[in-house]
Design a protein around this ligand. Structure first.
Ligand SMILES: NC(=O)C1=CN([C@@H]2O[C@H](COP(=O)(O)OP(=O)(O)OC[C@H]3O[C@@H](n4cnc5c(N)ncnc54)[C@H](O)[C@@H]3O)[C@@H](O)[C@H]2O)C=CC1
Ligand SMILES: O=C(O)C(=O)Cc1ccc(O)cc1
Length: 291
């Protein structure tokens, strides 16, 4: 499919894209690019056989690349577009894997004036609470969703290429508007991560925290897993999508206040109805996972 795949950022997601693309025979050569401070990580990625070679010189990394995947933290994307601009090649397909899409598209608009037709914004809805190339796996995206947020001017051939790439890796691809993506992901990904950070932080500050964590059951382990996620990555995501996240925090606070009120006033039926409604909603979520 590609002669040279260039990954800008070779961590959990970039490394997993590389492993999956290699396993499926989607490219002849895979190279990584990073800043001087990323060199040790890139060297490790090469040692692990995730990439064939790496560069800290962007021009060298991009040379002969027919596909470029930006797999850096959200906050680095604007700077990366600025660096890419002088080398931008109309024959190359560019894409990204970032968790927020409006910020990425706005960054491209700011640098290029209009989002280049050969840039296809994308987001794999798959990952983990761990980061780094050591955690990369070839099957991370298998049977997982991937959202592409094309723009009106996106070249259909580039869109088709990126869609086929992710399908070959095993993902189920959906197309969605850029802003709609950020609304949906704020609810199911960004808010839950914030809630996990908030709860574990709250408990961690308590004097009896050792006792609390010692006797935590499986439910706490399930709920708190994503509080092990990379704080830098989540800072970037939350800042980039705060317009969508803040109203959800407010709605969640209102929901908690309602539950608090039911408890205070012994409104058993209301409390039961609240739990039952949520349980049924989760069942609907589980049912559609099987579809
Ligand atoms: N971790 C997850 O579960 C998921 C993450 N994402 C998105 O994927 C992107 C990458 O996340 P991860 O792979 O988890 O992070 P990671 O921390 O494992 O890897 C990011 C890599 O980018 C490199 N990097 C940082 N700034 C750079 C720059 N200016 N130029 C070149 N390289 C740079 C770092 O050295 C690091 O190796 C993020 O935008 C994240 O929002 C998307 C789906 C799932
Ligand atoms: O670890 C988990 O359960 C995740 O939710 C991983 C994840 C993190 C960020 C994304 O944009 C998509 C998926």
């Amino acid at each position: 499919m590609f002669a040279r795949l260039c990954l800008i950022g070779v961590g959990l997601i970039g490394g997993s894209v590389a492993k999956a693309a290699r396993q499926q025979g989607l490219c002849r050569e895979i190279v990584g690019y990073g800043r001087a401070q990323d060199a040790a990580n890139l060297q490790r990625a090469q040692q692990l056989g995730v990439i064939d070679s790496y560069f800290t010189d962007l021009g060298a990394a991009l040379s002969a690349a027919d596909c470029v995947v930006i797999a850096s933290p959200v906050g680095a994307v604007s700077g990366i577009f600025k660096q890419l601009q002088p080398y931008w090649n109309p024959q190359t397909v560019y894409t990204d894997v970032c968790s927020t899409k409006t910020s990425v598209v706005q960054a491209a608009q700011a640098v290029f004036g209009a989002v280049p037709v050969n840039f296809v914004p994308a987001h794999p809805i798959a990952g983990a609470e761990c980061s780094g190339v050591e955690a990369a796996t070839a099957d991370l995206f298998r049977q997982r969703r991937l959202i592409i947020t094309p723009l009106d001017n996106t070249d259909p051939r580039c869109l088709d290429t990126i869609q086929r790439f992710w399908e070959a890796i095993g993902s189920s691809v959906s197309l969605m508007g850029v802003e709609h993506h950020d609304t949906v992901l704020a609810a199911t990904s960004h808010l839950p991560h914030l809630l996990a950070f908030a709860l574990v932080g709250l408990l961690g500050h308590k004097d009896e925290q050792r006792e609390i964590f010692k006797y935590a059951a499986g439910g706490f382990k399930d709920f708190s897993r994503i509080a092990s996620s990379d704080p830098t990555m989540w800072l970037d995501i939350c800042q980039a999508n705060k317009q969508e996240i803040i109203p959800l925090i407010q709605q969640y606070q209102a929901e908690l206040a309602k539950i608090e009120h039911y408890l205070h006033t012994d409104q058993t039926e209301q409390l039961f109805a609240t739990f039952t409604y949520a349980r049924n909603a989760r069942q609907r979520y589980l049912d559609q996972l099987e579809d």
